[in-house]
Design a protein around this ligand. Sequence first.
Ligand code: URQ
Ligand code: ZN
Ligand code: ZN
Length: 479
Amino acid sequence: MSLLIRGGTVINADARERADVYMEDGVIKAVGLDLDVPSDAEVIEAGGQYVMPGGIDPHTHMQLPFMGTVASEDFYTGTAAGLAGGTTMIIDFVIPDPQQPLMEAYQTWRGWAEKSCADYSFHVAVTWWDDSVGRDMGTLVTEEGVNSFKHFMAYKGAIMADDEILYNSFTRALELGAMPTVHAENGEMVFQLQQKLLASGMSGPEAHPLSRPPAAEGEAANRAIRLAEVIGVPLYLVHVSTKDALDEIIRARGNGQRVFGEALAGHLLIDDSVYRHPDFETAAAHVMSPPFRSKEHQAALWKGLQSGSLQTTATDHCCFCADQKAAGKDDFTLIPNGTGGVEDRLFILWTYGVGAGKLTMEEFVAVTSTNTAKIFNIYPRKGAVRVGADADIVVWDPAARKTISAKTHKQNVDFNIFEGREVTGLASHTISGGILRYKDGEVMAEKGTGRYVKRPAFQPMFKALEKIAAANAPTAVKR
Ligand code: URQ
Ligand code: ZN
Ligand code: ZN
């Protein structure tokens, strides 16, 4: 199977060039002009369009069992929707129940994901601790290509990791050359505020953001960052939603600590007024954690992306339909937390980032694909249009426009948090594994064509650096 993308301008995170791109058997074979390609190669005319690495969404939850129900988007429909938006890979989450062996949960999720129609990988959550968890982490890194472990500091009484779990798991991650990641909210603070709000008679979705103030995120972000600092392990903070957490990241990075932050497309655009919508369904549809914040926090997140203090964008795609959200009709703490976006992320970042002059096209590629590939150690196999890379590519028409709506989106959910938003700049073609899988509104996906992507452990570079430093340490001058 060979395919030529002709006439476009290639945009990578580090450069742009007018070049054609030729791929064969799922791998990019040539990038340049006047390429010598087989006469029977399929040709995509990309004149006036951009040719970019397919988006990588480092944060999705397809068919997640959560809060008494199961997310409505599964691995097939979710990866198909991603292809319609130019995303060619997701990193999802294996979330073991407390006391459930990590390997057992991992096998379950691997089974669910086999129907994917684009490539996928998994972060594995550490929701409890004993020696067996440490052993399973070792197996996951050395045999299964997992190089990141998630910790929910929220969700008390369910999957919350306390400081003992964090310390043990972060330490084990360092030994293995793996990256700890955190959902940073103080779960005890949230729990106590939830009880206080319910006791005061506030049971509607308007109470949701009040139970999860920015301070809950700022405190947990700092705590996780400080633990990582003392242990000497890198750290990745998912869905950073506040200036409070961003400031902790900026402080740590300024101090030379290896800390990374992720922004969600939703948190960049949607504010907390949605929770005061008079219609319960609309307000509940926006219940996710951390909640959508005020415009001041949105502005800080954009500055974080522009300045490089935040490195990646994601969606936290975790969909629940109206009948599922209704579980919390009389008690906001029972509304399943989660919203969608896997299809819309690139449209949003292009229109409100590049289109608004906040991001260059190269920076757009960096924050939607390349940085995630680098941070999770799959670059340049992923995250670049270059010879030898996987042929996961989006052909981007900067002049195409549409209005986002649940009536027309491919996502398997009855609500779209970006409903009514005008976007300019759309994927015209998405190529996954060297095969055209989306073209002008039509997804040509096939169940099971997505591949599980192994992500190698990071070399324990810090140990190596210590050895080099010791070897070069100046010998004490003999007096
Ligand atoms: O917390 C998460 O990331 C998962 C459970 C999705 N739900 C959410 O509200 N973000
Ligand atoms: Zn989370
Ligand atoms: Zn999540």
